[in-house]
Design a protein around this ligand. Structure first.
Ligand code: G16
Length: 554
């Protein structure tokens, strides 16, 4: 359908903003920041200015449906028309989960995609918004590109936008505006088809329809609900009501869509209810704002994201897509070393990358890894170039269906074979940036003097600020987190988050490896108590931040 004749406008004169530096995963700011006159336009034009092949190209556009998603999409469509983009493929209602967008970029061999999301950050009028560009492999643009966009944003003087009325985002169909074609597609269908091609759906269906198995998926009122409903309840026959909080709302129902023990409280309470009612589901899972994170739980049992990656890797041969074997595993530096032990047994490499999914892109493209994951509730594989929440849930369901055991039994057997990596992350959110910078600088200055020192009967063998040398393109990424490594394999890591929008968030990651099965039943915080004490001694968190406890513990 020819929709509307664009009114040719002169380029709009604009002034640069100084704060458009993308963080760990794109530009994330408050909705109010994005609503400033020309703010979004400047950033989108800066992206377009860094794409020499933009004219006539195909772009995938979609977001997690949070507040301001629809307005932002209309602006992007008008700018795409004025910047000579050939075609935009858009999810219905402006919706694509992040992994679904990644899949669409790959499937349609698009130049790239614009994903609108602030992921696990709260939404709504007073919440956060975000935008990132993904390249033709479907993954987040590498640092070189995001740096170029930042540079462009500092110099921008004008942007191009067509004068057209709004496109009806909810109606599937094709529209033409001047030379731009817009195709609005079902947001879920292609992704659901991809999932069916990877997993043993009949086997999972048998499990989900059996009387002996119940599961609960918490959509957290975010983008993944409709995907989970279609796949779990629709295609796989899970009972109606398996997906809770499955409606996708612009303010996520006022909840913080971060699938962890604190923010997915409704699911956690349900899974920990067993002792009182004996009626907890056998399997629980949650996903985040844009559907790329996941949390896995069993009946009265939490699986850390690092263990989840290790268990999936160790059982990947049970999943049709991976039965031919894994090429390698990738994990981010602060993620526990549990996956390394599986890689060792499978005689495949395990790569340690900086935090940020973009660092897995080259390893996946080069065929060096098949699976990858991060402690921050992200797990994925070479099927797309983003982490994928529902994919991780389906991995677990496939493994549960094949093994016929409980989540807890599978994880305990895993620990018995490989040893247990006790692991925790303490977040100190919203601390003044200056205090956070001073704390890191102090650590940096004292690093050398820590080596060879003993703390609670452990000797420091390495203290450094992690540098990553990408083995594929040779790029070097410095200052990726302070690591204190001990002679018994324990690690303490400090880094500042790159995804927050208010002040700074200090992340403290602590890990201890215990081989002896007799010591696998400790409470995690107790098992790590002396390392937590050592971290305070080394970093003086209380002194620098005035906080005597973290805001979130996972
Ligand atoms: C993003 C990145 C992840 C990263 C996470 C936390 O996830 O894609 O790679 O681990 O942020 O980053 P930080 O510790 O810097 O806050 P998401 O789900 O927010 O897009």
């Amino acid at each position: 359908m020819y929709y509307s004749k664009p009114i040719k406008l002169q380029p709009v004169k604009t002034q640069p903003f100084t704060d458009q530096k993308p963080g760990t995963s794109g530009l994330r700011k408050t909705v109010n920041t994005f609503k400033q006159t020309d703010y979004l336009q400047n950033f989108v034009q800066s992206i377009f200015n860094c794409l020499p092949d933009l004219a006539g190209s195909t772009l995938i556009v979609g977001g997690d449906g949070r507040y301001y998603n629809r307005e932002a999409i209309q602006i992007i469509l008008r700018m795409a028309a004025a910047n000579s983009v050939g075609k935009v493929i858009l999810g219905q209602g402006g919706i694509f989960s992040t992994p679904a967008a990644s899949h669409m970029i790959r499937k349609h061999k698009a130049l790239g995609g614009i994903i609108l999301s602030a992921s696990h950050n709260p939404g709504g009028m007073d919440g956060d918004f975000g935008i990132k560009y993904n390249i033709s492999n479907g993954g987040p643009a590498p640092e070189e590109f995001t740096e170029a966009v930042f540079e462009a944003s500092k110099k921008i003087t004008e942007y191009h936008i067509a004068g057209i009325k709004g496109i009806p985002l909810d109606i599937i169909g094709e529209y033409t505006i001047d030379r731009l074609q817009i195709e609005i597609v079902d947001s879920v269908a292609d992704y659901a088809e991809l999932m069916e091609s990877l997993f043993d759906f009949p086997k999972i269906k048998q499990l989900l329809t059996s009387d002996k198995f119940t599961m609960c998926f918490d959509g957290m009122y975010a983008v993944c609900g409709p995907y989970a409903k279609k796949i779990l309840e629709g295609q796989l026959g899970a009972k109606e009501g398996t997906v809770i909080r499955g409606e996708s709302l612009p303010n996520f129902g006022g909840c913080h869509p971060d699938p962890n023990l604190v923010h997915a409280k409704q699911l956690v309470d349900l899974m920990y209810d067993a002792e009182e009612t004996g009626s907890s589901p056998n399997f629980g899972a949650a996903s985040d704002g844009d559907g790329d994170r996941n949390m896995i739980m069993g009946d009265y049992f939490f699986v850390t994201p690092s263990d989840s990656l290790a268990v999936i890797a160790a059982n990947a041969h049970l999943i049709p897509a991976y039965k031919g074997g894994l090429k390698g595993i990738g994990r981010s530096m602060p993620t526990s070393q549990a996956p390394d032990r599986v890689a060792e047994k499978l005689e495949i490499p395990c790569y340690e990358t900086p935090t940020g999914w973009k660092f897995f892109g080259n390893l996946l493209d080069d065929g060096r890894i098949t699976l990858c994951g991060e402690e921050s509730f992200g797990t994925g594989s070479d099927h797309v170039r983003e982490k994928d929440g529902l994919w991780a849930v389906l991995c677990w369901l496939n493994i549960l269906a094949e093994r016929g055991q409980s989540v807890e039994d599978i994880v305990r057997q895993h620990w018995a074979e490989f040893g247990r990596n006790y692991y925790t992350r303490h977040d100190y959110e919203n601390i003044p940036s200056e205090a956070a910078d001073k704390l890191i600088l102090n650590l940096q200055n004292n690093m050398d003097s820590l080596v060879e020192r003993e703390f609670n009967n452990r000797k420091v063998i390495t203290a450094d600020n992690f540098t990553y040398h990408d083995p594929v393109d040779g790029s070097v990424s410095k200052n990726q987190g302070i690591r204190i490594l001990f002679d018994d394999g324990s690690r303490i890591i400090f880094r500042l988050s790159g995804t927050g929008t208010g002040g700074a968030t200090l992340r403290l990651y602590i890990e201890r490896y215990v081989k002896d099965i007799k010591e696998h039943d400790l409470d995690t915080q107790e098992a790590l108590y002396d390392l937590i004490e050592t971290a305070e001694l080394i970093a003086n968190i209380i002194g620098f931040t005035g906080r005597d406890e973290p805001t979130v513990i996972t």
